[in-house]
Design a protein around this ligand. Structure first.
Ligand code: GDP
Ligand code: MG
Length: 208
């Protein structure tokens, strides 16, 4: 058996805009998705840290890029250990209805600037709330990311909110809506402790 764990998870900084994000060679894993979809919660869940990424009950609070670092460790039964260092980035929320037109434009600009940048982005996790159909913005983003060089994985969040019998059909619907291979669409719940191993495996596979 091979197991993956995280150690040394740390908050590094909060960058008000792309220009403030320091250049680095450390592989980056980005987390994008609508505000309130559960990005901060998922980051804390993956890093096994309760409050590293502040969880806000007020949608739209995360307007900056938040940078974290962590080490992912692979251990096998025979005691062999490998590790990789990575940066995790919590990106500003997409499409929050209560923001002004200007604020929305600013947010999506930050996101596209980030995706167009030279930062070593190895993978993008796109979070979607299991209770909402993907919006046109979600579909556009998914298409953009699927056609880019980077690994793209959709994470269907808050799956604890859905009865067990409805989860599989829902997952199939999301893979169809987003035109994804089923391996690249993962159900997760930070509240019910689900999906962590699958997400850590994706991270391990895509960080050099
Ligand atoms: N039921 C459920 N609620 C969640 C889960 N993850 C986050 N939430 C809730 O969703 C809200 C927004 O979470 P947050 O992580 O701040 O979302 P963000 O805006 O995308 O960073 C909070 O009230 C969380 O408690 C989950 O797995 N299940
Ligand atoms: Mg957040």
């Amino acid at each position: 058996m091979i197991s993956l764990t995280i150690k040394d998870a740390q908050y590094i900084l909060s960058a008000p805009s792309m220009a403030h994000l320091p250049a680095s060679e450390t592989a980056q894993i980005a987390f994008v998705g609508r505000s309130n979809v559960g990005k901060s919660s998922l980051l804390n869940f993956l890093m096994s840290r309760r409050n590293l990424a502040r969880i806000s009950r007020t949608p739209g609070r995360t307007r900056a890029l938040n940078l974290f670092s962590a080490t992912i460790i692979q251990k096998s039964d025979d005691g062999i250990k490998n590790e990789k260092i990575l940066n995790l980035i919590d990106l500003p929320g997409l499409g929050y209805a209560k923001l002004s037109h200007e604020e929305k434009a600013l947010l999506s600009e930050t996101l596209s600037d980030y995706l167009d940048s030279n930062h070593p982005i190895r993978m993008v996790f796109h979070l979607l709330d299991c209770r909402r159909k993907p919006t046109s913005e979600d579909i556009d983003l998914s298409q953009l990311l699927r056609n880019s060089e980077r690994k793209y994985v959709a994470v269907i969040t808050k799956i604890d909110e859905i009865p067990v019998s409805k989860r599989k059909p829902l997952l199939i619907q999301f893979t169809k809506d987003l035109s994804l291979h089923h391996d690249d669409c993962i159900m997760a719940s930070s509240h019910a402790n689900m999906g962590r191993d699958a997400l850590l495996l994706k991270i391990w596979e895509h960080v050099a």
